[in-house]
Ligand binder design. Sequence first.
Ligand code: F6R
Length: 615
Amino acid sequence: MCGIVGYTGKKHDCVNILLDGLRRLEYRGYDSAGIAVLANGKIESIKSVGKVKKLQDKINESAASTTSIKTASTGIAHTRWATHGAPTEQNAHPHMDDNGDFALVHNGIIENYQALKENLIKKGHTFRSETDSEAIVHLISECYEGDLFQAVAAAIKKIEGTFGIAVISTKHPDTIITARRGSPIVIGIGNSETIVASDLAAIVSYTRRVIFLNDDDIALITPDNIDIRNIENVPVSRETAHIDWDTGAAEKSGFDHFMLKEIFEQPEAITNAIRGHLDDSSATSILSGLNLSPREMSMINRIVIAACGTSLHAGMMGEYFFEDFADLPTEIQQAAEFRYRNPILEPNSMVIAISQSGETADTLAAVREATQKGAIVASICNVVGSTITRETSRGIYLHAGPEIGVASTKAFTCQVAVMLMMALKFGRNRRLSRQEGLEIMNEIRKVPELVKKVLDTAPEIEKVAERYANASNFFFIGRGYLYPVALEGALKLKEISYIHAEGYHAAELKHGPIALLEENVPVMALANDIPGRDKMLGNIQECRARKSPVIATATEGDTEIKNIVNDVIYIPRSPHYTACIPTVTALQLFSYYVAKKRGCSIDQPRNLAKSVTVE
Ligand code: F6R
């Protein structure tokens, strides 16, 4: 969940590159940050609690920065999301060994760190932090016999858990050694400079040529060379990929927050997600990434979708689509639950892992469990080259562009659009007629415009949101296709505004939660004109009878609803299977404006990280 960046080369100012990389990675974790550079044969390290800005101020004020640090050409840096030990300067990375010969940054969790630590203390090492990470740097120095590869290989053989690490050493100038297991590491190849990071966001401004490491790869990096070996110290070759990213996409471009920018990018993001996938001549979608012939597709008799958080809600939408369009029994499972419950999978079961980052630990574990049980495993991911995409080898990219705001927005709507196309494909492979296929395709094509119409009403949604910004509790209720949207709306509100919000099936309200309704507990009722609306009107009355203020989402032209609710957010008319997308956009805006009114840290909410690489 932390962010790592390292640089070696003389083309750019090393410290500036490290700080720039940290700023771009800050969304991964942000309770403390630090850098270490090789300067005049020594390691100089500066750390600070808080955001990267604080670290930058500290570096500017430090005496060392005017001399040695400024001239450094090799260094590593880290932005932390605390797992072991409070967010203090001592616990911030980089961590050093006793003699100050090695400095290390780490992303992941070392499960056997207590045993390692006790053993290392017995051997005379002194620990200065409460972190699990510090054990790795002592271990490397303990294993070091003059060869960095050998030292890191020996150290990681003793480690249980997950790691992406980058290490510098006074004994090896102009060199960074990096390795991974379970946490991503990507190396950017420049011209006489090399960058290593946990995430492409820190690299793409400098180079688009990258290498993704596999688990248990160790890479020795210098400005002009990248030497990759496996854990047995045997050279391995890894493909160089070219990354097609618009760097402007990783800037705020005039918006107050990345989240708002990403909400507004949705029409374009969804257009990119569906681009080239809809084929009029066959009245279906072309999803060559699935790598399934029509015959193989027709043999699939069950779909299981595994995901976490917002991606889980997108998966719930998928369950409706696959069953409605393709008569294909589908179930959605929280990825951690899937991996530990010993799922029943048959050779004709297809498991779809959904993940924006492609790095979520539980979703990755679900992929591995499904793979070893012999299922057909595919992924729907946004981040190109991420671990889940590489381990599934079949799947569909969202092409939503980088999502920096911690709260997922455009990835969700693109995931839903991709699943619509997948369900269409399976549907046409089974029972949908050509005409029905064409109709669904046309509706999918209209989605970017539907979303745009909702975005045009942002000022009105802001006014509604401001009226509810003082609430302490909130309910979101929906039915059918709008049930997962209610869950997602509640998740968005709670994570960025810190208002306690619960998403419920409208019918479930009576089975307990209704006890909580009173005049200061508002209800967001998703009452669009799709199947279930009539029942929803009844549920709204039940809420009003308990004095709860009700905000409704409703289909444009529905004037009747105005009489029974306090506020209405209008959504353009579309069939039930696409209505969920513009509706979620309205809820994203609602949450954003509530959080803004409350003065919350919208892009980096407390306690959260963008990529959850721990269980
Ligand atoms: C909420 C949010 C998280 C993620 C979840 C899974 O806004 O972003 O709930 O959806 O951590 O992440 P991915 O999709 O990267 O697997």
